[in-house]
Design a protein around this ligand. Structure first.
Ligand SMILES: [Zn+2]
Ligand SMILES: [Zn+2]
Length: 465
């Protein structure tokens, strides 16, 4: 195609400059040489030449446009889109899913990277098809595994919001996670406080997704990450909304209220934006990195503080999550965002004990991977991308993966697995990336799965069978 472009370019030069110049320059001579022109005025020759040039221009222009590399790309793109449409149509879905290199939707950091590197556009469309169709009345809270750092996605119907996006290097993980579950824009983006493990990934998010409202506390940080984030917000024509305690926002079927910060604190962590999200009878409390000071102020100023799910403050550090705070919140589930073998020694064993003493089940991103709480307004179901082995935390399995209080679905105690008939991947029933119902097959044991030629899902069976 390169050669064709050069030939066309040469034609253009010829048409635009050489031919008119040559013609006009020779009009005098032509008049003398050809008897036909002798009695004519020079005007028809000039207009004739211009007309000829114009015809050339149109013809060459048309050929050039049609054969341009951009057009070829567009043509290729529309073909891919058509191919994707065919793949995505219900008729072809069942048979064509297996054509994709990986149909297991996986949200751990290494996997999302693999997805990004290896999959062409068609496959990424097919990938999302393994997610169950969205339940319009459900609210999902995804505590995304970003290592040491926070990132929580809330999906309510078709709308979504994000609280923090982990460290700068996690921006890509969060971006891919959001894309994989079909999020294309964010109603709200909360940067709880200007620490790198919370706001580092926000720039990637703002670059990739349309964001309506950005909420960040009025705290100044002199870090490069924070400065760059503010510059980007300005550049995109967005504004930062300061949190006002008591202010309520709506996210489709859910609402959330700002609980803190009510004032300025010395410690940046204490200035974290704290929100309580409500969906029917279920409440979720997100506490950023607040310490005991802010907890005390929240206790004094907030009437309704009880929550079914508590995002434990400051990665489970011992300076947060006081007993008084825990008793008032009285959570059923506690989620801790924490990196494996982190240098800070998070979470603190004493904090874990305090959480256990109020009867809450603890989920940790270092052990459970990404954690998804799904609320139907009265019940909450929990799914995780990883199931910790007993040796990794010393706790019994049923403590780590309790089931929803309505008792529906399989329990971890049952030795039943779910296979994907198309991709031949075996999942645990608690896996977040279960295939569509019509592609599911119940398999009693791993032995049976092996016999049938099934491979382990990377979320469910870390390190293979
Ligand atoms: Zn912090
Ligand atoms: Zn933090």
């Amino acid at each position: 195609m390169e050669l064709l472009s050069y030939i066309l370019m040469a034609l253009w030069v010829l048409v635009l400059f050489v031919i008119p110049v040559a013609l006009i320059g020779n009009i005098g001579k032509m008049r003398n040489r050809f008897p036909f022109y002798k009695d004519k005025k020079p005007l028809p020759v000039v207009t004739g030449s211009i007309a000829l040039c114009l015809i050339w221009l149109v013809v060459a222009g048309a050929i050039g446009t049609l054969a341009s590399p951009e057009n070829l790309k567009i043509a290729q793109g529309s073909y891919e889109q058509k191919a994707a449409d065919v793949l995505y149509s219900p008729k072809h879905l069942a048979t064509n899913i297996q054509a994709s290199p990986s149909t297991d939707n996986n949200f751990t950091s290494s996997q999302t990277n693999t997805i990004k590197q290896n999959l062409p556009s068609i496959s990424s469309i097919v990938l999302t098809s393994e997610n169950p169709p969205p339940d319009e009345n459900a609210v999902e809270v995804h505590v995304i595994d970003v290592g040491q750092g926070d990132s929580i996605l809330i999906k309510s119907g078709e709308l979504a919001m994000l609280i923090d996006a982990g460290e700068t290097k996690s921006g890509e993980i969060v971006t891919n996670y959001l894309k994989n579950i079909g999020v294309s824009k964010l109603e709200y983006l909360i940067g709880t406080h200007p620490h790198e493990d919370h706001i580092g990934g926000l720039s990637s998010i703002i670059q990739t997704f349309g964001v309506k409202t950005i909420i960040m506390p009025k705290v100044v940080s002199t870090t490069k990450t924070f400065d760059e984030l503010l510059d980007l917000i300005k550049e995109k024509g967005l504004k930062v909304t300061s949190p006002i305690v008591g202010q309520e926002y709506t996210l489709d079927k859910a609402t959330f209220e700002i609980l803190a910060p009510a004032k300025k604190y010395k410690d940046i962590n204490d200035n974290s934006v704290v929100i309580r999200l409500s969906h029917g009878e279920n409440d979720f409390l997100f506490t950023g990195d607040i310490g005991k000071k802010t907890e005390k102020d929240i206790l004094n100023e907030t009437k309704d503080l009880d929550a079914e799910v508590l995002k434990v403050a400051h990665h489970g550090s011992k300076s947060s999550t006081s007993s008084e705070f825990l008793k008032t919140v009285n959570p059923k589930y506690a989620a801790i965002c924490v990196g494996e073998n982190n240098q800070y020694g998070h979470p603190d064993p004493e904090t874990i004990k305090r959480i256990e003493s109020v009867g809450a089940s603890t989920y940790r991103t270092d052990l459970n991977g990404s954690i998804v709480f799904k609320s139907d307004g009265s019940n909450i179901t929990v799914t995780t991308t990883k199931q910790p082995t007993e040796s990794s935390n010393g706790a019994p399995q049923n403590k780590i993966l309790p089931q929803a209080n309505n008792g529906s679905g399989s329990t971890p105690g049952e030795t039943c697995y779910i296979g994907n008939k198309n991709s031949k991947k075996l999942h645990r029933p608690t896996c977040y990336t279960l295939p569509l119902k019509q592609n599911q097959i119940n398999i009693k044991s791993i032995e049976e799965a092996k016999k049938l030629g099934y491979k382990p899902c990377k979320n469910c069976f870390k390190g293979g069978w």
